[in-house]
Design a protein around this ligand. Sequence first.
Ligand SMILES: [Zn+2]
Length: 362
Amino acid sequence: MNGLPTLDEIRKAPKVLLHDHLDGGLRPETIVDLARDCGHELPSADPGNLATWFREAANSGSLERYLETFAHTVGVMQSAEALTRVAAECAQDLADDGVVYAEVRYAPEQHTSTGLTLDQVVEAVLEGFRIGSAGPDGRPRIRVGTLLTAMRHQARSMEIAELAVRYRDLGVVGFDIAGAEAGYPPTRHLDAFEYLQRENAHFTIHAGEAFGLPSIWQAIQWCGADRLGHGVRIIDDITVSGNGGEKLGRLAAYVRDKRIPLEMCPTSNLQTGAAASIAEHPIGLLRRLHFRVTVNTDNRLMSDTSVSREFAQLVDAFGYGWDDLQWFTVNAMKSAFIPFDERLNLINGVIKPGFARLKWPA
Ligand SMILES: [Zn+2]
C-alpha cells in the first residue's frame, strides 16, 4: 500500500553482511544432531523448544543466561566435521536470505577442547564455507570471507593475529576481538594490532556496544581499527539540540570524516540493552548524519534474525525505502576486507543491478 519494501522483496535484494558470528547462527536441528553425536547435554533435545530457549535466554537481560547460549553452540563445535557442517549451513542460510557477500567470524581458540589445533579449526571452517557457497550448478551463490576473533579477556590475540595472516590468501580476510568490553580495553592487545598493521592486514574491533566512548577512541586511535563492531555509543559524542540540530564532538566527527564503518546490529543491541527499541536505535540518527553505517545480524540464532529481517524492521521503524537499503548495502560492500577491485565488481555487477530490478520491475 505505502510502497515500502516488504520482507519478501527484501529477501530478493543482493545484501552484504559484515558482522555475523559463526557460533551465533547454528540451525537448532543441527545443534540437536551434533549434541547427540558428541554427548553434549542440551536444555532441550527438541529443535523447536531449543530455538525458543535460545531466544528467551538471549532476551532475558541476564548476561549469564546470554553467555550460556554460546556454551551450547560452541560446545557442539569441537570436531572438524561439526565445524565444517556448521560453516556450510551458515553459507547456505545466508545465500538463501539473498546475501551475496558475507564476513563471518569466530574464535578458533574456543574450538580446541577435544584436541584440534588452531590450524585444523580454521581449515575445517574454510572447507565448510567452500561447500556451502556452491550452488547446485557448482557455481558460488555467495562469497564468504572469514574473520578470526581473539577473546579480549584471554591472552592469545597475537597467536590468532598470526593465524589470520597465515591464512590470508586462503579465505581469511581479517581479524577481530570480542568479549566483555568493561575491564578489557582493546589496548590490552596492542601488540597484535601493531603486528597486523605491519603486515598490512585488516581488522575490526568490537567497541562501543555497551561500553562508551573511551572504548571506541582506543579502538581507533590506539589500535588502528579499520571498522568498529557495533560502535553505537558514538552517539554519546553527538549533542542533539531542541531545534533538531546536531553537534558532533571531535571523536564522532573523526569517525564520520574518516568514513569509519560502523557494524550495527539493531536486534542484538535490543537484547543486550544497548538500545530500548528499534525506533530509538541510534542507527536512525547516524544514518541521517551520513555516518558509514552498515546493518548486520550479530547472532542469527539468538536474535532469531537475518539480514532481511533487520532491514524489514528498519523499514517499519524509519520508513526506509529501496534507496536507503541500497545505501546501507553499498556502505557495507565498500567496507569489506576483500580487495578494492572485487568490492567494486560486486557493487556495479551485482548490488546495483539487483536493487534496480526491485526498484523498477520490468
Ligand atoms: Zn558481535
